[in-house]
Design a protein around this ligand. Structure first.
Ligand code: ADP
Ligand code: ADP
Length: 230
């Protein structure tokens, strides 16, 4: 049984008749690092939004641990699959960084000690200790992005999905973030799925690569298989 599996997934937005996802077969297993590559508009964000039930298929299936996503299991699915949006302003909204990170765990119904412990841990992992009492909307883009990632990580999902996590970061920020993401499968047993335009870093950052173009998966394999073909 796969952590995430899509079968013949098709999606169309109501504003257009054309399918923006066409017959997508995608599989994610435990502790994998999966890169999804492709030009803007290829459908990466749309695919990611199916992984935790923000969007539902027009046809085909999205299976989480073998089960389709339904209204009844939606909150469980969202605990299992954490999605970090491309734009942290869509995700970061509390008065302080630590409140923002605590928001998700509190909503899981955890007690205050447990929430505090998780906030401490993810702040340390993402180097946010010095920013805890700051207002998120006054932080730099890269700092905000780390806060958004910390907030999702504090929910302790089994799968972390990140939509262009390195967009807008400087080269040092990209290196640090990729270093952090690269360790997650080993340090936390988490499967990491991300989209990026930072193709040159993917060979050391992925076990599996999917290439998307115009709503279709046009390549899938190990980095060696994908990059030697091209
Ligand atoms: P990308 O991953 O290509 O940068 P984004 O996720 O930033 O794409 O997409 C831009 C956002 O603008 C989308 O999240 C979506 O909400 C919105 N958007 C994109 N295209 C359209 C469209 N044709 N009609 C309405 N909203 C759109
Ligand atoms: P990517 O993440 O690969 O850049 P997206 O999934 O954001 O691609 O977009 C795929 C296609 O769907 C694009 O043509 C985009 O314009 C369209 N799209 C994205 N979001 C929306 C939306 N909210 N409403 C309508 N069309 C959208």
């Amino acid at each position: 049984m796969h952590l995430i599996e899509t079968r013949s997934l098709c999606h169309a937005y109501s504003t257009s008749t054309e399918d923006v996802l066409k017959n997508i077969h995608f599989v994610a297993d435990e502790r994998q690092r999966i890169a999804v590559l492709g030009p803007n508009g290829a459908g990466k964000s749309t695919l990611f939004r199916h992984f935790n039930g923000i969007l539902f298929p027009k046809s085909g299936e999205v299976l989480i641990r073998g089960e389709p996503i339904t209204k009844a299991n939606l909150s469980e699915v969202r605990r299992f699959v954490g999605l970090v949006f491309q734009n942290p302003d869509d995700q970061v909204f509390s008065p302080t960084v630590e409140q923002d990170i605590a928001f998700g765990p509190y909503n899981l119904g955890l007690d205050a000690d447990c929430v505090a412990e998780r906030v401490d841990r993810v702040c340390e992992m993402l180097g946010l200790e010095g920013l805890r009492s700051r207002a998120p909307h006054h932080l730099s883009g890269g700092e905000k992005k780390r806060v958004a990632i910390a907030g999702v990580l504090a929910m302790e999902p089994q799968v972390m999905v990140l939509d262009e996590p390195t967009a807008g970061l400087d080269p040092q920020g990209v290196k640090e973030l990729f270093g952090f993401l690269n360790d997650l499968p080993n340090s936390c047993g988490v499967t990491v799925i991300y989209s990026t335009h930072q193709v040159e870093l993917v060979p050391e950052m992925a076990d599996l690569v999917y290439v998307m173009e115009r709503g279709e998966i046009t390549g899938a394999g190990t980095p060696e298989e994908i990059f030697l073909q091209e």
